[in-house]
Ligand binder design. Structure first.
Ligand SMILES: *[C@@H]1O[C@H](CO)[C@@H](O)[C@H](O)[C@H]1NC(C)=O
Length: 397
């Protein structure tokens, strides 16, 4: 009964900690530096650099319109002069976020449905005898359907196709080299839905004629939304005329980093430019091209077409952004975790303790003072078993 009673009485005791103060300048300074570093981290990094007091939003909603300007005159020895306007060289023409500008092309005019020899650049179309051209078979990666006849003069099968099939090689100089001087006007509207914040990359304060005369330059006109295509390509480290021969792909990145605690006119886009296709000039994979045809009808009502294989530069506009605004919840969380970190460091100061305990010549003295060893066999007449039991309980509590 005495034992249980004393245990319950011990529950009513108040426990407090006992501190050992080490009067050692070096360790003292070390400890304060340690605290200062933690404080610096909390204030400098968490609050100032990372703006821990702000609520963040990365789900940006965005819309991009593009419009190209410029005309080019091509002079082909066979087909004569041809004037190219934006409606001809921009595909698709409706001003999308991804657009393609024709810089080089192969034109095959006046194709009619009929019978003609396959191009000798198609391996499956080559033949030595009629047996190589089985009737009704399509030419693999070719232009038509075999008729069963091998044409000796060309060494290729006769096909049922739009004739004549494409025969010209790709021009070695880009036919629309003037595309270098075309400009693109990029309009970008953004919205951060949580903050209900809208913005566009077109400066509202700009005077009426500003947009008619400016072209973007990261130094002199960083907020002008009109870009010179030649510059766009050169900022990616490539040469426009070189890229124009076989085509390629360029990425335009628009980045919005907005601090909504500041004035909204300070929320402006940053542009950056990269080449997205593999930049190996003589590789088979480099370049970008596709074909399309324009269909016409002659006065007799028979249709014919002009086939274009176009090479060009594809521009991909990517938009991303982040906005932050003061909010009480993240502030409290950042403050709370900062205080907890500071508290843990002040209490633990593990490194200082380690130095005092093990790495100084006064260490054994300090150890003696820090850890008090009470031997109950000598000092008290209490039974040892009980005191151990009690110690465990106290620890557990
Ligand atoms: C682009 O314009 C500049 C200046 O007007 C001119 O010097 C250059 O030859 C033009 N480039 C092409 C490919 O036409």
């Amino acid at each position: 009964p005495f034992r249980t009673c004393s245990f319950f009485l011990s529950l009513l005791n108040y426990k407090t900690e006992k501190y050992v103060i080490a009067e050692n300048r070096k360790i003292g300074i070390l400890f304060r530096l340690y605290q200062l570093a933690v404080l610096g981290y909390i204030i400098g990094w968490v609050f100032v650099a990372k703006k821990g007091y702000q609520e963040k939003e990365e789900a940006i909603q965005t819309s991009v319109f593009t419009k190209l300007k410029g005309v080019a005159l091509t002079n082909d020895s066979n087909k004569g002069l041809h004037l190219w306007g934006a409606e001809d060289y921009v595909i698709p023409p409706n001003g999308e976020q991804v657009f393609f500008v024709v810089t080089n092309y192969i034109e095959t005019p006046n194709q009619r449905l009929g019978f003609c020899p396959e191009s000798d650049r198609v391996p499956d179309g080559r033949c030595t005898s009629d047996d190589d051209c089985e009737e009704g078979e399509t030419v693999i990666a070719g232009n038509g359907i075999k008729t069963g006849v091998c044409i000796n003069s060309t060494g290729t099968c006769e096909v049922h196709a739009w004739c004549p099939v494409e025969y010209s090689p790709r021009p070695q100089e880009p036919l629309l080299s003037a595309a270098e001087n075309f400009t693109v006007y990029i309009k970008n509207f953004i919205r951060f839905p949580n903050f209900n914040f809208f913005r566009s990359n077109v400066l509202e304060t700009a005077e009426a004629n500003y947009l008619k005369n400016c072209t973007y330059d990261s130094e002199t006109h960083p907020y002008c939304p009109i870009f010179h295509l030649g510059n766009l390509v050169s900022w990616t480290g490539s040469d426009f005329q070189e890229m124009a021969v076989k085509g390629g792909s360029v990425g335009i990145l628009i980045e919005w980093k907005c601090d909504l605690d500041k004035d909204y006119s300070l929320c402006n886009p940053q542009y950056s430019f990269t080449r997205l296709d593999i930049n190996i000039n003589n590789s088979v994979t480099s370049g970008y091209n596709f074909r399309y045809a324009k269909h016409f009808k002659d006065p007799k009502g028979e249709s014919f077409r002009t086939l274009y294989k176009v090479y060009g530069i594809r521009f991909d506009i990517m938009v991303n952004g982040q906005a932050g605004k003061f909010s009480i919840v993240p502030t409290i969380i950042a403050l709370g975790s900062g205080i907890a970190l500071l508290g843990a460091v002040s209490k633990g100061a593990f490194a200082c303790d380690m130095i005092l305990l093990y790495m100084m010549n006064t260490s054994s003295f300090y150890r003696e003072r820090k850890f008090e060893i009470i031997n109950f066999n000598i000092t008290a007449k209490m039974p040892v078993a009980l005191s151990n039991l009690q110690k465990h309980f106290i620890q557990a509590i």
